[in-house]
Design a protein around this ligand. Structure first.
Ligand code: CA
Length: 475
């Protein structure tokens, strides 16, 4: 899978809740750089990440039930575009640039016809689906939103892995057992992972956005700073309609263009959608067979290894060198065991030769995880480690597994943007941080926090917590 596809998923996933969920520690620089290219808030990799767009995937109080659940779309007061400059400072995101691009919108869409023709979209279809299309400028506010608060990884897991959602998941697995059997056999992808994606992305088709995907992607293809990326999404959405896989009424979703039970972007649909029930349409909105098979097929294409799990909760010994807790530092389970890592709950690792990396999203005071190659396949759905951890853990729970054994450092508070800046400034003043304070907690900040922690004799886990900030302030 290409990196752009990863970005696709990055866009897709996080719902308001996720949007609100940021990890505290370990944001990566890559994520920080990606930030400006994503939507409203974000939680990426291991750190507070730059904004991920909000989609219907994560339940939160403000989320509207989708039509599937309510029987009919609920109407909310329509909010207009703020008319303000975007927070990114990108020249295409100024209010003047947005107005100008909006005025040019009909011409921009019309000019996409040659590209549509190359995709074998008929002139008839092109005209039918683009007739009367208007831009949804409210999306411009979402693209550049900069949330002040984020959630800790444990809050994120609490929100996503609930008894109610698990119960619903087990019910769906039982009701559609024959389908899951057939799909597992056909694609070699763990049914519990597929069921976890369905549960977390749309709460089993009961939550999702109600924006026209065609309109959203057309808006983003013609206005703002992500036009090249969304041109492909818009044209792919047109292909879906032209082929008749989905009707315009079904093609509704998040402002960033993700739709259906497992929130595919149009390009991800094009790559992975399957007509598993054989009715001639790849219906990832209303056909359970197509939903389950398409999602499994995406995992297969993203490198899912049949018969293997995603990772294990582990106990990390006191005094452990947390510089090894890094996605680039892959070792065999046997090597990790020699360093004192143990599987939580007094269990043995099934295969000592598996390669894994260590993740410690709550620092030394929280659980560790050894992540296998399938964890990376989950991250292709959404490049946020908290997301992938939630999916993996949710799948284990659906399978009958127990809650995590170790506690999270719940007394730690997630830093606000202002506090993240202060943290970087204090680290900089004390000679630990050389970058420009920007509020994005990347690897540079993590290394600086580690150096500071080492200097005061604390476990050097690099976890940019409220506790670390407090200690910096006192010195
Ligand atoms: Ca079908």
């Amino acid at each position: 899978m290409t990196s752009s596809a990863k970005v696709t998923n990055g866009w897709r996933v996080p719902a308001a809740a996720l949007a609100a969920v940021g990890f505290i520690a370990f944001a990566s620089d890559v994520a920080a750089q990606a930030a400006p290219t994503r939507g409203p808030l974000v939680l990426t990799r291991q750190g507070i990440a730059p904004p991920l767009p909000i989609t219907g995937s994560i339940p939160q109080p403000a989320a509207k039930p989708a039509a599937i659940q309510s029987g009919q779309p609920q109407t909310a007061p329509v909010k207009e575009w703020s008319g303000e400059d975007g927070a990114s400072g990108h020249p295409l995101m100024t209010a003047a640039a947005i107005r100008q691009a909006a005025a040019n919108f009909p011409y921009c869409v019309a000019n996409l016809w040659p590209d549509a023709a190359k995709r074998n979209i008929s002139r008839d279809s092109f005209e039918r689906y683009t007739a009367g299309l208007t831009p949804d400028l409210r999306i411009m506010d979402f693209v550049d939103a900069q949330p002040e608060f984020t959630k800790a990884v444990w809050d994120y897991l609490d929100i996503l892995v609930t008894d109610a959602r698990l119960a619903r998941g087990r019910e769906m697995l039982a009701t559609h057992r024959a389908t899951f059997d057939a799909v597992e056999k056909a694609y070699g992808v763990d049914r519990y992972i597929v069921a976890a994606i369905w549960g977390i992305e749309s709460n089993y088709s009961t939550q999702g956005g109600d924006r026209s995907v065609l309109r959203s992607t057309a808006t983003l293809a013609c206005i703002g700073r992500r036009q090249a990326y969304f041109k492909d999404e818009f044209l792919s959405a047109l292909e879906i309609l032209h082929r008749g896989d989905l009707s315009p009424g079904q093609l509704k979703g998040s402002w960033a263009g993700a739709f259906g039970a497992t929130q595919f972007m149009p390009t991800a649909f094009k790559r992975s959608a399957i007509d598993f029930d054989g009715d001639g349409r790849r219906d990832v909105v209303d056909s359970v067979a197509d939903i389950v098979a398409s999602t499994a097929n995406k995992f297969k294409k993203d490198g899912w290894r049949a018969g293997e799990t995603w990772g294990y909760e582990v106990e990390v010994p006191r005094g452990f060198n947390y510089a090894l807790a890094d996605r680039s530092k892959s070792m065999t389970i046997a090597q990790w065991e020699r360093l004192g890592i143990r599987r939580a709950g007094d269990k043995a690792f099934p295969r000592a030769g598996d390669k894994a990396f260590l993740l410690a999203p709550g620092g030394a005071e929280g659980p560790g995880f050894l992540m296998l190659p399938n964890f990376r396949a989950i991250m292709r759905y959404n490049p946020a480690e908290a997301y992938a951890l939630a999916i993996g853990h949710f799948a284990d729970r659906l399978r009958g597994g127990a809650p995590l054994v170790q506690n999270w450092p719940r007394e730690e508070r997630v830093l606000t943007r202002a506090e993240r800046l202060e943290l970087q400034q204090l680290l900089s003043q004390r000679g630990f941080y050389r970058g420009e304070p920007d509020g994005n907690l990347g690897t540079g900040t993590r290394d600086a926090v580690r150096s500071f922690q080492a200097s005061i004799g604390a476990p050097a886990d690099g976890f940019a917590s409220s506790g670390v900030l407090d200690r910096l302030r006192r010195r």
